[in-house]
Ligand binder design. Structure first.
Ligand code: EAX
Length: 332
């Protein structure tokens, strides 16, 4: 009887201690969700890992980051909405759907705006990039850092595309971005906006003939399984942004917020390095997997074909920011 009582008392005590320990842990480590649309082998996953390592190290484990890859939290538009209502904490996203929320960023989506990676990175790392990140707070978003998706190239299942005439009539999935859609209309293609998580199936089922994305994304998504031809059009630079939810960030101390910014900058740096690596190695990999890759594309006619998109853009959004970006780019 006595032993039984002691055993019972011990069980209760141990149960109490572990419940208390769990409560302390729960208080000590705040879980942070980080979402993106790409696979766990992608450049965004590399960036997510760098974010996680940096934030967890800087905060000494006070924050724990959980990565949700492959669109587990939805497409990019849905995730940006999630940031605004606090259902996700951090998102790595292309600027694809971002202009719907922060119209000031549309300028970055103009075709043939940047000539190369150095130029694009230099503009985004300048006061212009900082200003655009700050603008996001007017739209219930926290802009933490400019990361990278990469220069976009056209793939399709119908034919080799080396001139705008070849692209005519192709049903091309674009991002949910009015500037991109306009550019593809000008090119003579039939733009079909769609969220990324729906894209693979749409290509597989022939709902669309083609799509456009950087080498990194084409590799990370095994698009060779559903697309035969790749043309290195590099028709637009696709920035990515690391965004946070103001519902989380506004409640933090200045020091904690700075940890998030630092983690976002580390994430962007790691992602850019991975983009550069895959730009070097990706084309060979895509060829090995059976894609025909046209590397010698005469860009001039493409550039000319999409030129009217600029006027349509400035009519809607003015020319001031565009001129500033162009001026900065030429001095980079
Ligand atoms: O941000 O939607 C797209 O094509 C994007 O490039 C992709 O989600 C990565």
């Amino acid at each position: 009887m006595k032993m039984q009582f002691v055993r019972h008392a011990l069980t209760v005590a141990i149960g109490g201690i572990s419940a208390a320990a769990m409560a302390v842990n729960a208080q000590a480590a705040q879980e942070v969700s980080l979402g993106h649309t790409l696979s766990s082998t992608s450049h965004y996953a590399v960036g997510a890992q760098a974010f996680k390592e940096t934030l967890e190290a800087l905060s000494d484990g006070a924050f724990v980051v959980n990565e949700y890859a492959s669109g587990a939290l939805g497409g990019e538009r849905e995730m940006i909405e999630g940031l605004q209502i606090g259902t996700v904490d951090v998102v790595i996203t292309s600027t694809g759907p971002l202009g719907n929320f922060v119209p000031e960023t549309y300028v970055l989506d103009l075709p043939f705006l940047f000539e190369n990676y150095d130029q694009a990175r230099c503009v985004l790392d300048s006061e212009i990039g900082d200003e655009l990140l700050e603008k996001m707070s007017n739209h219930d978003l926290a802009g933490l850092a400019w990361s990278e998706n990469g220069f976009r190239h056209l793939t399709n299942s119908r034919r080799e595309v080396t001139s705008p005439a070849d692209a005519e009539g192709l049903r091309v999935r674009t991002m949910e971005n009015e500037v991109h859609q306009e550019a593809f209309r000008q090119l003579g293609a039939r733009p079909t906006p769609m969220a990324f998580p729906e894209l693979f199936t749409a290509l597989q089922q022939g709902t669309v003939d083609g799509q456009e994305n950087p080498i990194t994304v084409i590799v990370a998504t095994n698009f060779w399984e559903v697309q035969d031809h790749l043309s290195l059009t590099g028709h637009v630079y696709s920035p990515a942004a690391v965004l946070g939810s103001p519902l989380l960030l506004d409640g933090l101390s200045d020091e904690e917020r700075e940890w998030f910014r630092e983690a976002a900058r580390a994430s962007a740096e790691a992602t850019r390095a991975e983009v550069s690596r895959l730009e070097e190695e990706g084309v060979a990999l895509l060829r090995e997997n059976g894609m025909t890759v046209n590397t010698e594309i005469d860009i001039g006619p493409f550039q000319q074909a999409v030129e009217p998109a600029y006027e349509i853009f400035t009519n809607q959004h003015g020319s001031e920011m565009l001129e500033r970006v162009q001026e900065k780019a030429s001095s980079c």
